[in-house]
Design a protein around this ligand. Structure first.
Ligand SMILES: NC(=O)c1ccc[n+]([C@@H]2O[C@H](COP(=O)([O-])OP(=O)(O)OC[C@H]3O[C@@H](n4cnc5c(N)ncnc54)[C@H](OP(=O)(O)O)[C@@H]3O)[C@@H](O)[C@H]2O)c1
Length: 256
């Protein structure tokens, strides 16, 4: 696969390394400032030999980058976050220009497999009211926000599948928790890249499902896999489409 990397920051550089290890070709790295990038701006010239563009740049340029890529008839993996208020415009791009976009706020393959497991576990637990779910996450001491986006997504999965839970609470609780509330709590400290835990606790035992990231490589590997997946597809996709396709071997998401 011939890859153009758009955004040569921390993620762009890890993607370059991992893609080469997997035998892919990096035909260009695009970044207006970063040293080591081969081009400053995306253009149809750079894209000529490309199969896929993997974009981990900045929110302000995500839509414009996608437009350049789709106009050139190329596919794009959009890992950049923060552009989601433009979701309709991004979708519109694919309908007017053709081509394909796959986006996700979390391309980690492990996390997405974890989500699929949590979803099934929550479906099972919907029938067992003696098990009470709660979520805890750990991150390094530089993280600016809490709970993590991943923990919030885990909360949505639980709420969607377990009828007795309908409200996520993540603030410090100075009162007893209500039965319909799902608690997400956070710890900040050290260098932890990200650990997420879903616990189902009953009066007699505890079931714990845990994902532990060792670094940012998981995002890179998932984004490369998304590039491989989207290469022969047309349409607007989220990583959930890819996961369902791979898990079920079902190609019905291919809108080409
Ligand atoms: N979806 C996921 O799984 C996932 C995982 C990790 C991170 N992310 C997201 O990916 C993005 C990048 O993260 P990061 O940690 O790699 O950040 P980063 O180290 O700051 O890298 C972003 C790079 O993009 C460059 N850039 C700015 N304008 C550009 C343009 N027009 N075209 C191409 N590149 C441009 C930036 O240059 P300047 O320094 O000059 O601005 C910077 O070098 C963020 O939105 C982050 O939230 C997503």
């Amino acid at each position: 696969m011939n890859i153009v990397i758009s955004g040569y920051g921390r993620m762009g550089q890890i993607i370059e390394q991992k893609a080469k290890e997997k035998g892919h070709f990096i035909i260009s790295t695009v970044d207006p400032i970063a040293t080591g990038a081969s081009n400053k701006f995306l253009s149809s010239d750079i894209l000529k030999e490309a199969d896929v563009v993997i974009d981990f740049s900045i929110p302000e340029t995500a839509l414009k980058n996608a437009e350049i890529v789709c106009s050139a008839g190329k596919k794009i993996v959009m890992g950049t976050t923060g552009w989601y208020s433009n979701m309709n415009n991004m979708q519109e791009l694919v309908s007017t220009k053709g081509s394909a976009i796959i986006w996700s706020g979390n391309f980690s393959l492990g996390v997405n497999i974890f989500f699929a497991i949590l979803s099934r576990a929550s479906e099972i637990m919907n029938s067992f009211s003696e098990y009470d779910p709660f979520i805890h996450e750990f991150h390094h001491n530089k993280k600016a926000d809490s709970p993590s986006g991943t923990a919030s997504m885990m909360g949505d999965i639980v709420i969607n599948s377990i009828d007795r839970k309908s409200v996520i609470v993540s603030e410090e609780l100075k009162r007893q928790i209500s039965p319909e509330e799902l608690h997400i709590s956070s710890t900040r400290g050290g260098s932890i890249p990200g650990t997420h835990l879903l616990t189902f606790d009953s009066p007699v035992d505890t079931i714990e499902l845990k994902h532990t990231a060792r670094g940012r490589e998981g995002f890179a590997l998932g984004a490369i896999k998304a590039g491989e997946w989207i290469m022969n597809k047309n349409g607007f996709f989220n990583i959930n489409n890819m996961m369902q396709d791979i898990i079920k071997g079902d190609n019905s998401y291919d809108q080409s």
